[in-house]
Ligand binder design. Structure first.
Ligand code: PDD
Length: 292
């Protein structure tokens, strides 16, 4: 079951206009929210990031936080899997084709669907994945989770064409930003390095979790700009996203990263992430005082 503009329906029944500005211009934003044991993970952070994206494209938020929460919980309830990932998509609505915003404004299109959350299988965790590097040729507002993903699509396909899983993006031949659809961490001499959240990368929710886990477990870490040369000389490379969680990158441009096998930092962070999922994400939120 999906949600479209106020109604729940099977995906086959869902229809939108060919004049939707999402279809015509890619004029919209999206979110991907993982659901563990039927609970939306870090919903508040996802809704804050959604607000940031909407502000970035000057589109008023069609719903309050409470209304979003109700729609999201209803969609989770109407879909069977315990673990799901929700795809939430808002466009500037349906209007005659004109680059300028519709005036007066029209109702935004709101679409949400649920898919089973399939995290990476054991074999992939054990082997790690390959990556290629490429020039980050996207725009300067990569902090907006825009539905216009053509650069990311082309960049990701470079990895697939090389038999790899992800493309690591380098700006101006100088420094690393992120992956085509993930955030990237570098490990050197036992230290976890992460690029700073700025306009050149998507502020990942999984990125936040990994840095929080590292801090709580006293893992040496630093958030700073990472030079391209450091990526190519890394002991380990990790990628993170809501659907992939934490994965080791074991080859880059056909050469082994470190030993060419998932390293000790990956093993530690992956275990801590799974512990966190079991102990925090899957547990019911504590009842407010006076209830239960
Ligand atoms: N993508 N950077 C980019 C460019 C991304 O597309 C994503 C996620 C991330 C990681 O963000 P998070 O940890 O919040 O998932 C970083 C999602 C999964 C997608 O487009 O399907």
């Amino acid at each position: 079951m999906i949600y479209l503009n106020g109604q729940y329906m099977p995906i086959e029944k869902a229809k939108i206009s060919v004049l939707d500005r999402g279809f015509i211009f890619g004029d919209g934003v999206y979110e991907v929210i993982p659901v563990y044991s039927r609970r939306a993970f870090r919903l508040e952070s996802h809704l804050q990031r959604l607000q940031h994206s909407l502000d970035g494209i000057r589109l008023p938020n069609p719903h309050s936080g409470a209304a979003w929460t109700a729609i999201i919980n209803e969609l989770i309830a109407r879909n069977a899997p315990q673990d799901q990932y929700l795809y939430l998509h808002i466009t500037r609505g349906v209007a005659k084709r004109d680059h300028a915003f519709p005036n007066p404004p029209v109702k935004p299109t709101v679409f949400m669907m649920s898919n089973p959350l399939l995290t990476p299988p054991a074999a992939l965790l054990a082997s790690g994945v390959g990556a290629v590097s490429a020039e980050d040729n996207r725009w300067l507002r990569c902090d907006i989770k825009a539905i216009a993903l053509l650069p990311n699509v082309l960049l990701r396909q470079m990895a697939i064409d090389a038999g790899c899983a992800e493309t690591i993006l380098i700006r101006e031949n100088e420094f690393m930003t992120e992956g085509a659809a993930s955030n990237i961490f570098v490990v050197k001499n036992g230290k976890l390095l992460a690029p700073p959240k700025d306009n050149l990368m998507l502020p990942g929710i999984t990125y936040d979790v990994v840095l929080e886990i590292a801090a709580a477990s006293h893992i040496p870490h630093e958030v700073r700009r990472i030079a391209a040369v450091e990526v190519f000389a890394a002991d380990e490379l990790l990628l993170t996203s809501s659907t992939k969680e934490v994965l080791a990158i074991t080859t880059l441009d056909g050469k082994p990263v470190g030993t060419g096998k998932p390293g000790p930092m990956f093993a530690r962070l992956h275990k801590l992430y799974q512990d966190f999922k079991r102990d925090v994400m899957r547990q019911p939120s504590p009842l407010p005082p006076g209830e239960g």
